[in-house]
Design a binder for this molecule. Sequence first.
Ligand code: SF4
Length: 347
Amino acid sequence: MELQELLNKESFTKEELIYLLNLKNEDQINLLFKKADEVRQKYCGNEVHLRGIIEISNYCEQNCIYCGLRLDNHYLKRYRMTPEEIVKTAKSITNEGIFTIVLQSGEDSFFDTEIISYIIYQIKQNVDVAITLSLGERNFDDYKTWKIAGADRYLLKHETANPRLYEAYHFKQKLAERLEHLEYLKSIGYQVGSGNLIGLPMQTVDDIADDILLCSKFDLDMAAFGPFIPSPHTPYHNKQSGDVLLTLKTIAVARLVLKNVHIPSTTALATLDKNGRKKGLMVGANVVMPDFTPIPYRENYLIYPEKAGLKDDPIVAKANLENLLNSIGRNISYKRGDSLKQKVIPS
Ligand code: SF4
C-alpha cells in the first residue's frame, strides 16, 4: 500500500502503527506530519486550548523509577502550597482568560478528600472554570467525592501499556490496577486523560503502538505523549532522554488514530527542543499546559530537570505563546475546552 493511501485510512492495525512510527525517510515523515495536521484541523479546528497548571505539592508516596518526585529522592526540597495560595493562583489563571485549571501533585495523601473538595469548591464559586485533577492513584471514594464537589477531569497516565515494563518502572503498582482506575473515573463521569512516556529504558516502538491503541480502546478525552527526561537522584539518572523525532511521530500517529482527542504539546518536548512546543502543535497537538505554580515552589517540582519556562512569568509566557500561535496560523481558545467527544454538562 502507498503511504498516502495508508495515511488516508480511518482505522489502523498495530502493524500499520509500527510502520508509521518507524518511518525514516524525511519526505515520508513530512507526509505523516501533514496528514496529522489535517486531521487535527478537521476534528479540533484552529484553536489551541490552554490548561493552567498549579503544582500543589511535590510530596509523593510512590517510587516510580524515572521520576524526580519519587519517595526515595531525599535530595528534593519538598513543599505543599496552602489552600489559600492555590485558590489565589487559580484566580490569577482565570484572570488571564484560561478556563481550565489543573491541580497536579505527587501522590500526597496530605491533600485528602476534604482539602481537595474545599479547594475545588472555592475555585468554582465565582467562575465557570473546568478543574482537572492530576493527583495520582487515589481511592475510589475520593474520586467520587471530588466529582461531586465539582471536578471535571482526571489525568492519570498509564505510562506504558506493557505490564512487564510497568512493573519494572513502578515496583508496587500494577498496570491492571491503573487501568481499573481509568475505567472507574470514566464510569463516574470524569473526562479522562492518560498517556505514556516516550523513550523509557527498554521500551520499543511496538510498546508505543500499544500505548496509542490503549488510548483508543479506553476512548479517552485527552492523551499525552511526552519524552522521558532523566532526573538526577533517580535510578535512571544516567539514561538517554527520549527522542524528539520519535515523540513527534507518536503525536502524529496518535492524532490519526484518536482523532477527536485533546493532545498536548508537552513542556518536556519544549525542554528537549527549543522549538518543541511549536513542532508538537504542527503535527497534531491542540493543547498547551502553561505552568502557573508560583516561584519558588515551581523550581522544586522536579519530575525532570531544567524544565522549559521554569523561571518565566506566566503572563509573559502566555503573550509569547500567543505570538508563536499567530506565526503558525493558530489562536488561543478562551473557552473551557471540554471533551470533543460528548456534550459535557459542566458541574
Ligand atoms: S510519576 Fe507520579 S506517582 Fe510516580 S513518583 Fe512521580 S509524582 Fe509520584
